[in-house]
Write a protein that binds this ligand. Sequence first.
Ligand SMILES: *Cc1c(COP(=O)(O)O)cnc(C)c1O
Length: 429
Amino acid sequence: MTDAPDYGFDTLQIHAGAAPDPATGAIQTPIYQTTAYAFRDAEHAAKLFNLEEIGYIYSRLTNPTVSALAARITALEGGAGGICCSSGHAAQIMALFPLMGPGRNIIASTRLYGGTVTQFSQTIRRFGWSAKFVDFDDLDALEHAIDGDTRAIFCESIANPGGYITDLDAVAEIAAGAGLPLIVDNTSATPYLCRPFEHGATLVVHSATKYLTGNGTVTGGAVIDSGTFDWTASDKFPSLSQPEPAYHGLTFAALGPMAYTFHSIAIGLRDLGMTMNPQGAHYTLCGIETLSLRMERHVANAKAVAAWLEKDPRISRVTYAGLESSPWHDRVARICPKGAGALFTFGVKGGYEACVKLVDSLKLFSHVANLGDTRSLIIHSASTTHRQLSEAQQVAAGAAPDMVRVSIGIEDVQDLIADLDQALAIATA
Ligand SMILES: *Cc1c(COP(=O)(O)O)cnc(C)c1O
């Protein structure tokens, strides 16, 4: 199944990008565990290298199993094209790569996955890139942070760790006004809960490590392009709008809606090599078949646990946007109508010490630095994932020292509540 835009989400998550294997009829996409692909003849090889004919050359660029997954995520997001990468963090570098150059910057939300804050505030400086962090609820500050060297705006749809929901429509309007692409990390929401392209996003990035695979077996990522941004409208994106010396002078913009995706394959994957492996793509293809079913249960369980916690006197606050008490509750219906996800934080009376004791006393929740697993997970962000940040950065990111983050799984919800109840009794004794 390749082009069938009329199918619903539940159909696409099983069929998009896949067809029975032409060699064997195998119904599940085979793991094409191969590095290279035989050319029919010298002319075929030349055409492939010239992008005149689409086909497989070498698995650092494309591989049939990985391509099936890229096509499926692209279909679920409603994009024009996409690539898969070795991790979510690789996807973020890959997403920025066609847009950036030394001296260029991005404007990023303060509410991001901790590892992304570190990647953007420290590591990308080695490339001569930089990030300015802004509270995306302060639209004036966002607009004023943009300067002549800005090349992208970056945020998460449902932001880690606090379950904050970004007003994508408002941010996209500012990005469009400045002639800049909006990149949305849609990891915590997944395309089932939020479709950023419908709110004006240009690119979507994913950590496939999380809900897309769903069971904590894979490290992977994806970059999906809407195909709607006009790279030639300004001189800001020469790698896409001008002849590209890194690909014998090809002007990628001439490829229309596939310009960005072909650039990502022909230059990004070719030269940076942040490629997903076929085995990983296979696991994610299997996991993604049940994405909507899992997300429905994740959301239902998260709502029930958050509501229970909010009423408990041992808890100081719960940040789940699915609760009516959340300042972002009114964004749920507009931005993520099928639910506010399953990731949130809560404050424990007793602060840092009580949080650490809570994490140590839980029996069913796993204490891990991950999210989006079938299992329920908990972490004390301030002492782990957000440890590299200053206390002010921790608070801004929604990871204050008295908060724990949970990723609610798809177990029986009464068992999750009972586990929290017994552990809170120990933690706050
Ligand atoms: C996990 C995560 C990442 C990084 O993904 P990896 O696959 O671990 O590299 C980026 N953004 C968000 C929102 C995440 O949850």
